[in-house]
Design a protein around this ligand. Structure first.
Ligand code: GTP
Ligand code: MG
Length: 320
């Protein structure tokens, strides 16, 4: 509820700043022409543009609030006091209309109505709260089905191999540690592969996670700088010694670094040599605070090595 924008104080603070930045960019883009057209100085121009942008965002937010209030009001009015089947049918039809005009989207309305009718047939829709609970349950399900959380793939042939990739500092190693802990608690035999041979102390960082999670780890051989060889040794060990899961940690890299992307492609192909079809999961780790930049990272990593999913970290922070 209202979650799109975060706490209201943040909203008030963030809007003018963002709007001002947009206005400045806009001004710079249009340059002298904007100034001449407006017949104003840059300060007035930016102020005016910022005010317009703020008004737009406010209108959008108010619109959402209105939709919410209207839905709640009409729900109560529609449901009033239902005693007969005919009244229930009429209430459902009214409700359908409310949902359609609340911009829920026809497909979603159909799913919601199907669930409501099923509940009504079972005589489980007695009060307004029953309807709200069904509505909420259905919407949560619909949102989850459309890309919410999907369970990680578990390969038909052991070991399941999961590779973590992404830019520097996104939280790859930490997520490897968390996942290892979770699999370990499920009773699986887990092997970590320390394939970050780039950053100093990266291997020790993963080793600490391995200790905490009480799982095994394959480290690079003395002086080995090639992460593929560590991945190779880990997947081989995983197969030969009957591990359930091998989780590969890689070093942070930007998709613009061709050498490091080449290195990653090699690692991915080495896993393919051992496992038909390659890794079961190749997950891009993105820090929630990078906002929309996640999109371009995902597109680029997808093109370079192919991804199966996204791990979003730091949602406990000031995520955008
Ligand atoms: N608050 C918070 N911090 C996190 C989370 N995940 C990772 N971090 C922190 O983010 C920092 C970077 O995490 P790492 O796991 O080392 O990131 P990385 O992607 O492995 O970094 P590189 O290997 O250097 O590319 C560390 O200080 C972590 O403690 C999270 O979900 N929440
Ligand atoms: Mg790391």
């Amino acid at each position: 509820d209202g979650g799109c924008f975060g706490p209201s104080q943040d909203r008030a603070r963030a809007r003018p700043r963002t709007a001002t930045v947009v206005a400045v960019f806009d001004f710079l883009k249009q340059g002298q022409k904007a100034l001449e057209d407006s017949g104003q100085n840059i300060v007035d121009y930016v102020k005016k543009r910022a005010e317009e942008d703020i008004a737009k965002v406010n209108a959008f937010s108010d619109g959402l609030q209105k939709s919410r209030e209207r839905l709640a009001r009409e729900l109560s009015a529609t449901l009033g006091s239902i005693t007969t089947d005919a009244e229930l049918e009429e209430a459902l039809e009214n409700l359908e209309e409310v949902l359609i005009t609340s911009d829920l989207g026809m497909d979603t309305v159909d799913i919601v109505m199907e669930d409501l009718r099923a509940e009504a047939t079972q005589q489980r829709l007695r009060t307004e709260d029953d309807v709200k609970a069904t509505l909420k349950g259905t919407l949560v399900r619909v949102l989850n089905d459309r890309g919410g959380s999907a369970p990680l793939s578990v390969g038909s042939e052991a070991p399941t191999v999961v590779v973590f990739v992404g830019a520097n500092g996104m939280g790859k190693t930490t997520t490897v540690g968390k996942l290892a802990t979770r699999y370990r608690k499920e009773g699986k035999r887990v092997l970590l592969a320390a394939c970050d041979t780039f950053r100093a102390a990266a291997v020790e960082q993963l080793a600490t996670w391995a200790d905490r999670a009480d799982v095994d780890i394959v480290k690079p051989l003395e002086g080995a700088k090639n992460p593929s060889s560590t991945a190779f040794r880990a997947v081989k060990k995983g197969q030969e010694e009957g591990y359930d899961v091998v989780i590969i940690d890689t070093s942070g890299r930007l998709h613009t670094n061709h050498n490091l992307m080449g290195e990653l492609r090699k690692l991915v192909s080495v896993v393919k040599k051992f496992k038909k079809g390659g890794a079961d999961e190749t997950l891009l780790v993105v820090d929630a605070s990078i906002g929309r930049n996640a999109m371009s990272q995902a597109v680029n990593f997808q093109q370079e090595i192919g991804l199966t999913g996204l791990a979003i970290t730091k949602l406990d922070g000031t995520a955008r």
